[in-house]
Design a protein around this ligand. Structure first.
Ligand SMILES: *Cc1c(COP(=O)(O)O)cnc(C)c1O
Length: 389
């Protein structure tokens, strides 16, 4: 069997094959769902690589190998949710350590920092990561970790992975990037010098709104050891069935991401031309403030768009409720299009003054552009906005 796990193969080939082998006994081409908690030992301590399914499970091993290959990393670790993955990264730190994070990040990531880890003595600064001076100014002797999310959520800002990785290396600071929005199809942070990449596999990786899951990929053996210790000790691991569903998702990741990007460009163009829309945030537009960087760092602009209406919270909620093809729902990255009003939904945990400071307004609407027929999506967007008479 050719080895599909390394970068000798293109992205689509790795998406379909990496980490997986036909079952040696039956030839089954799909990795079986190993619904087993324990494994029979030949003699005490003599195992065939598996002893207990919290520690490892063959379906999970296949998924971990697949995701590692897609990110161009040596080690993959899977979790029962994206937050369980992020929690594992924060557990590398200890009381008194300082963390710099982006200021427009996934609401749940902010909540994990503020409501749990602050209590345990970690200190956080949330800064505009697009401004390298602000990142540099935030660094203190106690800084141990820089957390990035790019493109960010919900403003689709892009931060310079290579520049921040270089800055962190000088100070012996770890870097971690939430790659959920971009996916490895669009961007591979490890290739830019980032130490740890993590995902909510719930989103594009799964791609069918059918699983909640998380993953971490790193090239560093020492980090792999520490993260794996935490994974096994705390046990926030995914079920074999979820791993199987995610493996099925990654087989079409490249196809889906191409269509997400094509549809998103057309919708972003239509929004730009709509007189009721005051701003469009989309990395695929040449008017994006970091378009040069997008071209250096990303393959496409991705499938996420946010836009602003000059509207009150109530009016923005009415528009978000008026879509018929886009479903009003949190989450993103599935084949179906979704619309979100961050202020009243995904980002409700961020206090108003914090979010206004971070630049997102009451009338902001976020779209996860699916892979439906573009004509239907365009009609839906125009009609929903038109209710703002
Ligand atoms: C959804 C999401 C998370 C959290 O992942 P879960 O799988 O819901 O725990 C983290 N980061 C981003 C960017 C997300 O979209």
């Amino acid at each position: 069997m050719p080895n599909h796990d390394n970068c000798e193969f293109g992205f689509g080939t790795r998406a379909i094959h990496a980490g997986q082998r036909p079952d040696p006994e039956t030839g089954a081409i799909m990795t079986p769902v190993y619904l087993t908690s324990t494994y029979v030992q030949e003699e005490p301590g003599k195992i065939k690589g598996y002893d207990y399914s919290r520690t490892c499970n063959p379906t999970r091993t296949a998924l971990e190998g697949n995701l590692a290959a897609l990110e161009g990393g040596a080690h993959g670790l899977c979790f029962s949710s994206g937050m369980a993955a992020m929690n594992t990264i924060l557990n590398l730190l200890k009381s008194g350590d300082h963390v710099i994070s982006g200021n427009d990040i996934y609401g749940g990531s902010y909540r994990l920092c503020k409501t749990l880890y602050e209590k345990y003595g970690l200190e956080f600064d949330f800064v505009d990561m697009t401004n390298l001076d602000l990142v540099a100014q935030a660094i203190r002797p106690e800084t141990r970790l820089i957390l990035m999310e790019t493109p960010s959520n919900p403003l689709l800002r892009v931060c310079d992975l290579a520049a921040i990785a270089a800055m962190a290396k000088e100070g012996d600071i770890l870097t971690a990037c939430d790659n959920t929005f971009a996916t490895p199809y669009n961007q591979t942070p490890l290739a830019h010098g980032i130490d740890i990449v993590w995902h909510s596999t719930t989103k594009y990786i799964g791609g069918h709104s059918h699983v909640v899951g998380g993953a971490i990929v790193t090239n560093d053996d020492n980090l792999r050891q520490q993260l794996g210790h935490f994974q096994n000790t705390v046990g926030g691991t995914p079920s074999p069935m979820d791993c199987f569903l995610l493996l099925r998702g990654t087989k079409t990741l490249h196809l889906r991401m191409q269509r997400h990007a094509e549809n998103a460009i057309q919708i972003a163009d239509a929004l730009r031309d709509n007189p009721r829309v005051t701003a469009v945030h989309f990395p695929g537009h040449d008017s994006h403030p970091q378009y040069d960087l997008v071209q250096r760092q990303m393959r496409t602009g991705g499938g996420m768009i946010s836009f602003e209406l000059d509207a009150s919270v109530e009016d923005a909620m009415r528009v978000a409720s008026a879509f018929r093809v886009f479903a009003l729902a949190e989450s993103l990255g599935g084949v179906e299009s979704l619309v979100d009003h961050p202020v009243s939904m995904t980002h409700g945990a961020i206090p108003r003054e914090e979010r206004i400071k971070a630049g997102f307004q009451d009338g902001l609407i976020r779209l996860s552009v699916g892979v439906e027929d573009i004509a239907d999506l365009l009609t839906d967007v125009e009609r929903a906005i038109a209710i703002l008479a």
